[in-house]
Design a binder for this molecule. Structure first.
Ligand SMILES: [Fe+2]
Ligand SMILES: [Fe+2]
Length: 180
């Protein structure tokens, strides 16, 4: 039996629905939006959950989806990956701050620009799935198996605030997003 036949048999035994990676990750965006909404209503536990889910989600994108897609494209990065990484940097810096309303507003502003670049037919998830082709099921399994990430506690400090402003500016946002 040729390798091709063996491969198609393996795929038949573990059916993969096209778009499953996009759906899973877009579903996480919806969950993150709900948690952010609850955090804005004062639920501190929701902010803790949001930070954990967001940092794991960013790790999945950067360490699995972007890397595997780049490999599948013979080393060429996905077109918007560099910008998305800058925005991830801003998000990761923002969640080091306490859940004050100005911080949550800034996080929402970044996500409102960020998520549409990832979802939908023209988004980076669809581009990654297209590049991955038959490797999609394997990458989906790696995403599902991704571990929780270690999340440091948030802290109110001028140094952390300044770092968040710098990463916002680097990603093309106005630092004034953090002005009260
Ligand atoms: Fe992202
Ligand atoms: Fe995302």
């Amino acid at each position: 039996m040729s390798e091709l036949h063996r491969q198609s048999e393996r795929q038949e035994s573990a059916p993969f629905e096209p778009g499953a990676i996009s759906r899973l990750l877009a579903g996480e965006h919806r969950r993150l939006e709900r948690l952010l909404e609850l955090a804005a209503q004062g639920e501190t536990e929701a902010y803790s959950e949001f930070r954990k889910l967001l940092l794991r989600h960013i790790g999945i994108e950067e360490k699995i989806v972007f890397v595997e897609a780049q490999r599948a494209r013979s080393g060429a990065a996905l077109p918007v990956a560099a910008q998305l990484r800058l925005e991830h940097g801003a998000l990761a810096a923002l969640v080091m701050l306490p859940p004050r309303s100005v911080t949550l507003r800034a996080i929402r502003a970044v996500l409102e620009r960020h998520n549409p670049l990832e979802e939908g037919p023209g988004g980076v998830y669809a581009a990654a799935e297209e590049a991955l082709g038959p490797r999609c099921p394997q990458v989906l399994e790696a995403i599902k198996a991704a571990p929780q990430v270690r999340v440091s506690p948030w802290a109110e400090s001028p140094k952390i605030g300044a770092a968040a402003r710098r990463t916002l500016a680097r990603a093309g946002f106005s630092e004034s997003l953090l002005d009260s």
